[in-house]
Every structure is written in structure tokens, then in C-alpha cells.
Design a protein around this ligand. Sequence first.
Ligand code: NAG
Ligand code: NAG
Length: 472
Amino acid sequence: MVRAFRTIVAVVAPLFVLAFLLSHATRHRGEGVPQPQPDAEPQPQPQTDDIVLTEQTKGLSTTGTTNVDVLPPSHLLTIDDDGQPVIDQTAYRVIHSNSTASGDYFTIFLGGSIGYNPTIIPHPTKFDAWIVLVQKVTSKAPEDYSSQLMCSAGFMNDVLNCMAEPTALSLEASKGSCEEDLAHYNFEHGPRDARVFYGPVAPYILYGSHSAYTCLGMWLQDFRMLVDDYRIEAVLAKDFTKPTELQRPPPFKGVEKNFFVFWDAAGEIYVHSDLVPKRVFAKLALDGSIGPDLAPLAAGTDDRCLARYMPAAVLDKAAIQQSTNSLAITLCRRADPKCKPTDQNTFVLTLFHYKTAFDGHSIYEPYVMLFQQSAPFAVHAISTKPLWISGRSKFSKFSGNVNWNDRDDLPENHSEMFFVRSLTWRAHGQKYHGYLDDILFLAFGIEESRSGAIDVVASDLLQDLGACADIK
Ligand SMILES: *[C@@H]1O[C@H](CO)[C@@H](O)[C@H](O)[C@H]1NC(C)=O
Ligand SMILES: *[C@@H]1O[C@H](CO)[C@@H](O)[C@H](O)[C@H]1NC(C)=O
């Protein structure tokens, strides 16, 4: 019975994808299908950021609107007789690779190193190579500090392989002044959670490190200053040539993370620091200082749209977090001669996560968000269901989580933790802006221990968007 169902799905799913590609409508109004709610008791996980989790959950519940139409998927999977997950297509949008033989995601091979939460950008001079940066898996030893490993990588047999052993990226350290509950961070040295991405002109690195304003903050630097492959281009770097801490509209949280920057149609840079309980974003100056919070100017439509489409945090231990960097996308096809970017059809694209933590195991579900690329930067549309990356499996010993290596009490029927870290156009030379028929890399960490990515046609990510304009 289950096998028959899978066969039907295998036959029908590609037809849906095909029908979509042929229709190429630019906006998609999804129907929110209520999903079964998780029923297990939430368990705090020692290694995750529960502080942020609780703050955000409280904030969400004070928005006053209960979202009954867009419920997130349960954290429990249905597993078939072969031990494979049966993906509920009413709860997820399955996305497939544009290049691998199986359609599944590809792994990133780091030689003798172990790293997770990768980001990928096209190599500046080698057209069959990409630069990969990952967070190193540290040993439990106190002197093993957080670091980012980097390599140039190329494809072979549907694996993105580092061409040489990854090396540590050297980033300037900042000094800690964390207090009380966060004081342990003073002894946790090294940059963390780095993302590398292209803006309209330059590649940047954005990472977490000790802050001058709070405990941990976010720092931005022109990536060309740091990497030998950009030696020739580095002379062109003008902005953020030194690591620059990004400020935010007050108040600072003790630990700031997951900021993203975006550029407007005129090429000006902004920093988006929060999504929930409400958006917070501001114009960014080159010294890291900011203008006023601009979110109130968009709140008129944003409040209704976020209340309608953000997955409701149905449980205490659920949170919404900003996930990736941003890109700009024009909602028509590059191949179409009539397709010209305008303020009406071009939006900032970013992903956010709906996070749960049950039985000591966090799971992140990625959703897409589009907002205007010019003032007031109002939200345009939000996924009505999260993306399921083809190849994601159930959580097991084979998932390779180094924190569960020596344990036999893995939670049953959980899916693997895929943490989507970055969005990049796959093509060399393509920086910030693209079209529906361009190919994107989504790069993600698997179980805080491995690295993978999937290349997808951009329009595949936008199939289940709920448009803010459609709210009555
Ligand atoms: C896991 O799934 C199997 C079959 O789908 C079911 O029999 C079992 O009760 C589930 N376990 C939990 C803890 O939900
Ligand atoms: C890969 O992407 C190209 C360009 O958008 C598209 O024409 C082609 O159908 C895609 N192939 C697959 C297998 O997704």
C-alpha cells in the first residue's frame, strides 16, 4: 500500500513540476492545509539557543492573530516499511536538483576535515570551481576555538569536492565582554556562523563574533580582502575593507545572529535584523552605523501579511529565525525578451526557518519570503509550506550527527536537521540579481556535522507563495 502510494507520487510529482514550469505564472496562491500538530512534550536541548527561542515564541503569541491556515508540518515523519520517509506533499514542497542524476541534493566533500553550515559562491577566475566555506566541527577540547574552513571545489560524480584540503580562514578576533548567563562566551573564541554571498558588486562575509555593543554581534567585510583567489580584484574594494560591526535599532539582544543585509534597486545597503515578533531593518552606513528602523513604514501591510502567512508557532518550543542571506529576483524568465526588471516585478528573496526542538533534537523547516526592493520594502509573499530538499531522510545513525555518535536513544521518526545557510546564483559572474529560470544553490548544514547543497531552478522555490495582496 505504502509502496503503491510512493509509486504514484513518483509518477505524479514530476508532472506537477512540469505543469508548473510550463505555466510559469509569476505569483502563486497556495492553500494552507491544516497539519497534524506535534504531540510530544518539548524538551530543551542544551546546545541550542533557547534564549532566542523563548523570546521569539513569546513575541509571536503577542501578535494576537492566530494563524489557522498555515500550520507548519509535524516534527514527526511517517516512515514506510523500507524505513524511508513518506513525504506529505500537502505539508511540504519537494524540490529537486537541476543537475544530479537522482534529483537529490549533493554532498560537499571536505577531504579530511569535518564541517557544516556551508556557503558557496562561484569562483572568481575558475569557471568550473566554487568557493566553499564551512563551520568547522570543533572537538570538545576547551582550546579548540570556532573557525571557518575554506576550499575551492569542483563537481565530480554528483559530489562537490574540495580540490585541496580546506584551510582555516583567518578573521580578525574581537574581545568579549559578555556578562552573567552569557559570560561563558568570553572564553569561546573565534568567529562563528559565517556566510559568504555576493552583493550587486562585491562578495562579502558576514559572521558572528564578540561585540562592542552587546555580547555577540555580527561583522561584515569585503570577502576579497581575505582570500587569495581575489588578489587581483581586491584593489577595487572600497566598502567594508575592514571587519565592521553592524549596529541595529535598539535594543540589542545578548546574542545577535542571523542578520542579513540586502540592497535596494539603487544599490544602497540595508541590514535586516529581525523578522519576529516584528520586522526590524534599517539603512546601513559604511562604518556599521544605521539609520532609523524602517519597518514601521511597511507595517500597514506587513502586519496583516505576517499574521496570515507566517507559520504559527503552535508549541512552546518553536521559533522563527532568519536563515539565509538575500538575493534579488525578477519574476519573469531571462529567456523571455519582454522580461525587464522593474520595481513591480523585482523583489528581495530570502529564506527563514521554523525551528522546533523535541527530545534534544532541533529541526528546521525552510520557508521563502519575498519583499519589495524599494521603499517601503513591504513583504510581497511568503511560502505557504516549507521546502523539502530531495534526499533529506529520517534522523538516524547514518545522519552522522557528531553529538549523537555515542548514543542509542535517537528520537524516533524525526527528519534530519537541514539548516539552510545560503542562497547563491550558480552561474559564474552572476552576483545579486537573477530571474525565475536561473539556477540557485541552496547550501545547508546536515545535523551540525555535514555539508550539502542543492541546485534548483529559482521558480521551483516560489511555487506555493501566499501573496500579501491577496489577503481580503
Ligand atoms: C514511529 O513511526 C512508526 C511507524 O510509522 C510508529 O509505529 C511509531 O509508533 C512511531 N513512534 C513514535 C515515537 O512516534
Ligand atoms: C535545469 O534548468 C534549466 C534552466 O532553467 C531548465 O531549462 C531545465 O529544465 C532544468 N532541468 C532540470 C532537470 O530541472
